[in-house]
Structure formats: structure tokens, C-alpha cells
Design a binder for this molecule. Structure first.
Ligand SMILES: [Zn+2]
Length: 125
């Protein structure tokens, strides 16, 4: 693993703290939405609620990914692609510390995901 491990550790911890803070904020917002008297426009409220819910789920996933990254760092097997077992590009790790895939596997997975989504869209019509 080429990038400095302690630097990456610091980076992951910092990202995890930020994600956890956002997670707490969103959870509070979501809890508020359930208890506040219904003053605002119902459709507006629903839209905001859904937006918060989407962000909440994303940030929850990010917390998990970062926790896993932290575990891997502590085990010493951080920076290895989960799919092909190759080393993940150091620049990629610095940019996205929670990543578990190398760039080629990531592209492959995203490509498949978009194909699957398109496929579903067609089937729904
Ligand atoms: Zn890979």
C-alpha cells in the first residue's frame, strides 16, 4: 500500500466523523418532521422528508463503508480491491477513502447498475 497509512487513517476518521454528524442532523430532522404540527404545505413537506430520507440512507451507507475502511486499515488489508484483489490506485484512495473497489471494477459495477436500471425501466413500461 503506497499512500501513508497514518495519513489515510486520519482521512477516514475525519470523513467518518463528518458523516456521523450529518447522520445525526438528518435523524433529528426526520424525527422533527414526524412530531411537528402540520403547518407547511403537505406536498412540500413530503418532498423535503423524502429528500432527507434519501440523504439519510446515503449517509448511513457512507458511515458503514468508512467503518469498514477503518477496520481494514487496522487489519492492514486496506487498499485492496474487493472484486479483483488488485491494489486500488493511491490517488483514488485519497479522493474516496471509503472505496473498496479499484477504478476498473467500479466502472464495471456502475455500468452494470445503469444497465439494470434501464432494463427495469423498460420492463415497467
Ligand atoms: Zn478491481
Amino acid at each position: 500500500m503506497s499512500p501513508d497509512a497514518s495519513h489515510l487513517h486520519e482521512l477516514v476518521v475525519r470523513e467518518l466523523r463528518a458523516a456521523q454528524a450529518e447522520h445525526d442532523t438528518l435523524r433529528a430532522l426526520l424525527a422533527d418532521a414526524d412530531t411537528l404540527p402540520d403547518l407547511a404545505d403537505q406536498a412540500d413537506r413530503l418532498q423535503t422528508h423524502n429528500l432527507h430520507l434519501t440523504r439519510y440512507r446515503a449517509v448511513l451507507q457512507r458511515c458503514r463503508d468508512l467503518e469498514k475502511a477503518l477496520e481494514a486499515l487496522e487489519r492492514g488489508d486496506y487498499g485492496t480491491c474487493e472484486l479483483c484483489g488488485e491494489d486500488i490506485e493511491p490517488r483514488r484512495l485519497l479522493a474516496v477513502p471509503s472505496t473498496r473497489l479499484c477504478i476498473s471494477c467500479q466502472e464495471l459495477v456502475e455500468d452494470q447498475a445503469s444497465h439494470t436500471a434501464l432494463h427495469h425501466q423498460h420492463r415497467l413500461r
